[in-house]
Design a binder for this molecule. Structure first.
Ligand SMILES: Cc1cc2nc3c(=O)[nH]c(=O)nc-3n(C[C@H](O)[C@H](O)[C@H](O)COP(=O)(O)O)c2cc1C
Length: 171
């Protein structure tokens, strides 16, 4: 299995690494690649997973380009996609068919992965540049989340990540 990820602050990598640990324990062959280093040889894998975080409403550009360029190969193996964002901290927005970014993503891209999942991400204002911090504070204020600049919250439900890992094993 190959896992391709795009991250800015490392949280999508953390989720990818958790999946890797779990799958290795269960004797699955697994390799992880950053979108910046992958050689594009999807057909070397029987299953291919793509994970991306959200920045200002969008998944990473390079991930979108990758999917568009490699659509034909992706369609010949079992595939999974997972999105990481803060809106998914809300129970009513934490499923592929209720998370606005995932819904919009699949309306705008010609790809139907075998499995799709969405995970709530990490909020850590201290890591953000001033402009980004203020924007995220504003978004959190709008959505009734924490706005204190010392807030550090990992919203990810690791049980859900584990269940996703089990789904990947059975793919
Ligand atoms: C500059 C910036 C913009 C973001 N925009 C959004 C957004 O529009 N919607 C959302 O739900 N989360 C947003 N987030 C939250 C990230 O998706 C979340 O922190 C995630 O865990 C980041 O994963 P990464 O470390 O793999 O990039 C944003 C975070 C940052 C720093």
């Amino acid at each position: 299995m190959g896992i391709l990820y795009a991250t800015v602050d490392g949280h999508t990598l953390k989720i990818s690494n958790k999946l890797k640990e779990q799958l290795l324990l269960n004797k699955q062959d697994i390799e992880i690649f950053s979108i910046d280093e992958f050689d594009g040889k999807i057909l070397d894998y029987d299953k291919f997973v793509i994970g991306s975080s959200i920045r200002y409403g969008l998944h990473h550009k390079k991930i979108i380009e990758f999917i568009k360029t490699h659509k034909a190969e992706l369609d010949t193996v079992k595939t999974a996609f997972f999105s990481v964002n803060l809106v998914a901290r809300k129970p009513e927005k934490n499923k592929p068919d209720t998370n606005p970014y995932v819904i919009k993503f699949f309306k705008t891209i010609d790809w139907n992965p075998t499995v799709v999942e969405v995970f709530a991400g990490m909020l850590d204002y201290k890591k953000y540049k001033p402009f980004d911090r203020i924007m995220i504070q504003f978004i959190m204020w709008m959505t009734k989340g924490p706005t204190d600049r010392n807030t550090v919250i990992e919203y990810t439900n690791w049980n859900k990540v584990k269940e996703f890992g089990e789904v990947l094993e059975r793919l």
